[in-house]
Design a protein around this ligand. Sequence first.
Ligand SMILES: [Zn+2]
Length: 77
Amino acid sequence: MADNESLAARGERAEQIKRKPELYKVCEGCESIVVAEAATCPNCHGYRFDISTARVREQADILGKRLPTSVPPSELM
Ligand SMILES: [Zn+2]
């Protein structure tokens, strides 16, 4: 799934999220960013979310900078 995403793609997505944080929310269970209309988290099936735009922006920043944990070394440039 998201594991094969390049860091550049993640950064780009983080920018998109930060431009429209009101369309997203942060899962309280696993801290992933999900779309606002999602009823449960696709990752952990949690149903508790933080909908504050400040929290979404903060989480997008973290997500955009963090390297994917399972990326093969050949993708690290
Ligand atoms: Zn979750």
